[in-house]
Design a protein. Structure first.
Length: 91
């Protein structure tokens, strides 16, 4: 299993726990880094996370960081492929 798939499975477990346990959800919203570490997700040094809860009437769009210089010249289709291949938890 790839690292990306493993991280997606770990995140899915965290989400399921948050749906089932209000206290856990509050800890996730207040300190996502600590919760991710508790669940075995490697968190790179110096990276900060913010967890927000979507509702039925409000969702969040996250614009990822711009890729390295050589990627920008590759064009929109290549950039879209780079984005699509990356996981929201991949570093």
């Amino acid at each position: 299993m790839t690292k990306q798939n493993e991280q997606q499975k770990q995140w899915a477990k965290i989400v399921a726990k948050a749906w089932a346990d209000e206290d856990y959800k509050q800890r996730l919203l207040n300190d996502p880094t600590a919760v991710m570490k508790e669940e075995g997700i490697e968190v790179p040094e110096g990276v900060k996370f913010k967890c927000v809860e979507a509702t039925e009437k409000q969702a969040w769009l996250v614009l990822p960081p711009r890729p390295g210089k050589g990627c920008i010249e590759a064009g929109e289709e290549r950039l879209a492929a780079i984005f699509a291949s990356n996981c929201f938890l991949c570093f």
